[in-house]
Structures are given as C-alpha cells and as structure tokens.
Design a protein around this ligand. Sequence first.
Ligand code: SAM
Length: 289
Amino acid sequence: MAKLGNPQETIAILQRYNVRLQKKYGQNFLIDEHVLEKIVDAAEIGPDDFVLEIGPGIGTMTQYLAEAAGKVCAVEIDRQLIPILEYTLKDYDNVTIMNADIMKVDIRKLAEEENGGRPIKVVANLPYYITTPIIMALLEKSVPLHSITVMVQKEVAERMQEGPGTKDYGALSLAVRYYAEPYIVAYVPPNCFIPRPAVGSAVIRLTRHDQPPVKVKDEEFMFRIIRASFNQRRKTLQNGLYNSPELHIEKARTVAALEQMGYPATIRGEKLTLEDFAKLSDLLGEENA
Ligand code: SAM
C-alpha cells in the first residue's frame, strides 16, 4: 500500500471509494509529507507509546503513527471511511480502528485496557468544529495523558498560549496553563489540505504537567468560576459570578474577596492570572464550606 501524504494518492482513494466529504465533520485531509513528519516528530513517539488518534480520515497520519508507535487506536466518527481505513492500514498490525464519536469514548478506560493505565499520547489533525470540547475533555477528565499534539485553527492555538489582558485570553488559555505546557510547533497554510480550509492552521503540543503550577483547594469550583468570568466577557467579575446560574455568588462576597486580593470591585476576569483565580476560588470556597 502506497503512503498517502500527497495529493495524488489522496485524490485516488477519494475517487476510488466515491467519498462524499462531510463538511459537518470538518474533513480536511492532510496532503503534505513534511507537515506529517513534523507532527509525528513533535509528538516524540517511540515503540513504547500508545497513541490515540482522533479522526484518522482516510488514514494518512495513521500510517506515520503506526510506523513510529507501539500501538495506535484511531477513532473515526464517519462510517463511510471505515472500509477505506481498513484498506489503507492493512499493512500495519498495531492499529485498531474504532468507529465512534470521540466525545462518547471512555478514554480513561481505553488507556487502562490498552496501555495498562500508563500515560497515552494523543495526536490528531482535529475536526475544527469541536477542537475546544475535545481538548477540555482530555485535560479535565483525568485521562492518563502524556501529551496532546494536534493541528488546530491558528487562532485557537494562539488562544491556548495567551496571557491575561489580551483579547483571546479565556477559559481555554487558563485550562491549558493549569494542566499543560503549550508550544506551537508550526504554522500550516490551507494548501496543505484537501479540501482547503477557509482558515490558517497550527500544530500545537500540550505536554501535561506532573503537578499543576498553582495549588487550589477545589479544582472544579475554580473552573466554574473561570467559565462564569468569561461567559460574559464584558461584564465585571462580580456580575459574571452573580449572573452565572451554577454559581450565583452574592456580589458583596466577590467584592470582599477581590479586596482581600488587592483588586478593585470593578475588575474583569480577563485581568486575572491563573494564580489569582486559584486564590479567588479558595476565598469564595471557604465561605461556601
Ligand atoms: N487525520 C486525517 C488527516 O489528517 O488527513 C483527517 C483529519 S480531518 C481534519 C478530521 C477527521 O475527524 C475527519 O475524518 C472526521 O470525519 C473526523 N471526526 C469529526 N468529528 C469526529 C468525532 N466527534 N469523533 C471522531 N472523529 C471525528
């Protein structure tokens, strides 16, 4: 079986199987060998690794992953692509293809069963319509995880690296910072895909921290505060926490906590660092107890 990372082979497969590309699944297939090599290099995959690939498409990146890794599990939602994957990956005996929606897969169980609970590596050219939920689920759901190396929309990659006070700073930046070390590996133009996406792309690697960089008493409560602060970006923090149905914290309590931290009552969430959110969460949590 020929390697797929070029336009000719990709078009031949799509035509042979008469594939109707599903826009709703964010299907943009990689056709550039250098980009594929860069992703696999950045993920630092070796023969001891178990790799989870989300959305293998026609199996282009899966072939590269299968050559480097011990085992690969490739989860693809689109049923019409499964016979293609069975064909393009037939030479690799270390690949499992799963026809499923990644949001419904118990990844923790998969890592337990397939990798003895050891940290897994996630590698993907992600479907852009659900990039953030996928990354949040991987980070938050205590999956044994070593790293996530993924192609995402350029702006989303940049948002993951942003700090306080910038327009793209938000819940995703804070979650990434809390759980992982982000590093943009490469920017990738639209002509590296079939069909070409309307946006620029970037490969980002998130390496999970052994320990989060801040200590907080109740992680889940802190993330509820973070989400509420950015749900209404243009509101003050005290309004955001009051208006959030899941929190509904009295404004006076938020103001008192902010005052203790040396911040004015009018401050917005976008000015607070991760350390600030941890402190605020501990202060407001104490009063909850
Ligand atoms: N990995 C291939 C490549 O690089 O050429 C395809 C990448 S394409 C951007 C995204 C892939 O994710 C598509 O094959 C799409 O069908 C699949 N996909 C979309 N939503 C998914 C979901 N919820 N669970 C699993 N796969 C999904």
